[in-house]
Each structure stands twice: as structure tokens, then as C-alpha cells.
Design a protein around this ligand. Structure first.
Ligand SMILES: C[S@@+](CC[C@H](N)C(=O)[O-])C[C@H]1O[C@@H](n2cnc3c(N)ncnc32)[C@H](O)[C@@H]1O
Length: 274
């Protein structure tokens, strides 16, 4: 596999069909899907579509802008940005299975002309300098050891003045991170930085860091409401657990505990290319 261990971690054969089966199980007409039907399953990060909406607002793209999604997963955030802001989005992701699924879902919801998906690495982007009006990357950098290449490539492909929004699981000041988590089974390809280290890496690439938000409080509320739903027997049939494999429950529990115990901090940075 081109992406090695990281790609193997994310690859779930038959993913598209499993998503279709889950949609059918909750009564969706899979021949006539609307973009919102996919919301519960396609935003592969804490707090789902709500987090994507906040991130997109911080970029505030204009119709006709061209936006880059670095580590686009199965394309949920890219489709959200394209349909909400009327711009075009190019997504790039390491995992072939996710790229193939993203392309099929683009077609299923009528967004194939607005969202283009490429397979490749964030550390070696196949795009010319200054191409994009803005870029974002949600819960991807944790998998990337070479932060200089990650920030350097994002900087290179943005036009001067372009914004880069980054959501990240940062290292907290609690005990060691518990694994498995959604981005790593055992910590081998997990490269977490503290808030200050991320700011330093972004600045070293030339970015000006405009804002940093710590989403710990809203993330704790999110996990609490999920627990309350589960206690009431309200177990969703469609969700990002479909992307996480057999140990999805354990990954979800560890994600919540890691935040509750200060082992990690969910952070969002907005940077500007000078
Ligand atoms: C937790 S998922 C997030 C997906 C998407 N950003 C979202 O929020 O729905 C992490 C994604 O990062 C991708 N990824 C990890 N390392 C990457 C790299 N070096 N280049 C491109 N994509 C990468 C994985 O393939 C996976 O799709």
C-alpha cells in the first residue's frame, strides 16, 4: 500500500457498501440521497458535522473560491464546504479506499462537479504554488511525523493571504495517551504535539497563527450526550463507527477518556499565509 501503516490502519474493505447498507437500514432511499443524509457517517472527527461547520465558518469561503481539504477522508467536510458555500473543493487523502468511497458519494449526492478527490500525501502535494484560496485539514496531522513538510506544503499551495484552518488532537499535560484511538491502534503512527509546538511548526513554515481554540469543553459535552443516548438505548445505525472497524467502541471510549483526563486537547488553529 502506498501509504504504508497509516493507509492500512484506515482501510476497511467494502466500506462504500457498508455505508449504503446502513443508510438503507434507517430507511433512506439510496437511489435518491441528499447531501445531508450522509452527515452522521462522513465527518470523521470529534463532534462530526458541527465541528466541520465551525471550521468552515472560520474560513468563510466565497462562491467560486477553490479550497483544499488536506486528508479529506471519505469527503464529508469537502461536500459540506462545497454545498454550503458554493465553492469548489479539492480533497487529497492517503487512503485509496477512502478516496474511492468519497468519489462514489460525490456522485450519489450530485456534487461530483464541485468536489474532486486525489490520492496522495499531505507532505508532497501534487498542486502548483499559490493555487488555493484557502485550505483546511481536520484530524489528520496526528498521523504525520514530518510537520515541517505538512505545514510547508500547505503554505506553498495557498495564495498569499490565504487561510489555513487546522483541527488537531494536541498533547495534553495529563498521563500518556490511551490507545486504540481513531487515528492509531497502538501509537506507532501517532505524532502529537502540544499547542505551543504546533504554533511553532506553523510559524516556522511562514504562517501567522491568527487564533487557537481549545474544544475540550464542547467535546466533553458531546461525549456526555452520546453516553446519555446510549443509556436510553438510542444506538445509531449510521455513524463514524462504520469507518473505525471492529474496535470502534473502544476507540470511542478512549477518545472521550483521553480528553476527560487531560491526556489530549482537541484544538483548532486558524493560520494565514503571509
Ligand atoms: C481521522 S481521518 C479524518 C478525515 C477527514 N479529514 C474528516 O475529518 O472527515 C484522518 C485522515 O487522514 C488521512 N491521512 C493520514 N495521513 C495522511 C497523509 N500523510 N496525507 C494525506 N492524508 C493522510 C487518512 O487517510 C484519513 O483519511
Amino acid at each position: 500500500m502506498a501509504g504504508g501503516d497509516v493507509e492500512a490502519h484506515y482501510t476497511k474493505d467494502g466500506l462504500y457498501q457498508r455505508i449504503m447498507d446502513a443508510l438503507a437500514a434507517i430507511g433512506k432511499d439510496i437511489g435518491n440521497l441528499t447531501p445531508g443524509d450522509l452527515d452522521p457517517v462522513e465527518h470523521f472527527h470529534g463532534r462530526g458535522v458541527a465541528a466541520t461547520a465551525e471550521m468552515a465558518k472560520s474560513l468563510n469561503p466565497k462562491p467560486g473560491d477553490e479550497i483544499l481539504d488536506i486528508g479529506s477522508g471519505i469527503g464529508g467536510p469537502a461536500r459540506y464546504v462545497a454545498r454550503t458555500y458554493g465553492c469548489s473543493v479539492v480533497g487529497i487523502d492517503l487512503t485509496a479506499e477512502f478516496c474511492a468511497t468519497a468519489r462514489r458519494l460525490n456522485g450519489d449526492v450530485g456534487l461530483a462537479d464541485k468536489v474532486q478527490i486525489e490520492q496522495g500525501s499531505a507532505t508532497d502535494l501534487p498542486f502548483e504554488d499559490g493555487r488555493f484560496d484557502a485550505a483546511y485539514s481536520q484530524n489528520v496531522s496526528m498521523n504525520i511525523a514530518d510537520k515541517a513538510a505538512y505545514f510547508g506544503e500547505a503554505f506553498r499551495v495557498l495564495r498569499p493571504g490565504g487561510l489555513f484552518a487546522l483541527s488537531d488532537i494536541g498533547l495534553g499535560d495529563g498521563a500518556d495517551v490511551l490507545y486504540p484511538v481513531p487515528w492509531s491502534s497502538d501509537g506507532v503512527y501517532s505524532f502529537l504535539l502540544t499547542e505551543q509546538e504546533t504554533i511553532a511548526a506553523a510559524e516556522k513554515a511562514g504562517f501567522e497563527v491568527l487564533s487557537v481554540k481549545d474544544h475540550t469543553p464542547v467535546s466533553l459535552q458531546f461525549y456526555q450526550s452520546q453516553r446519555e443516548n446510549a443509556a436510553r438505548g438510542d444506538i445509531p445505525k449510521l455513524g463514524v463507527f462504520i469507518l473505525m472497524g471492529d474496535n470502534a467502541k473502544e476507540k470511542g471510549r478512549n477518545s472521550a477518556r483521553n480528553i476527560e483526563e487531560g491526556r489530549v486537547r482537541p484544538l483548532e488553529f486558524v493560520c494565514r499565509r503571509s
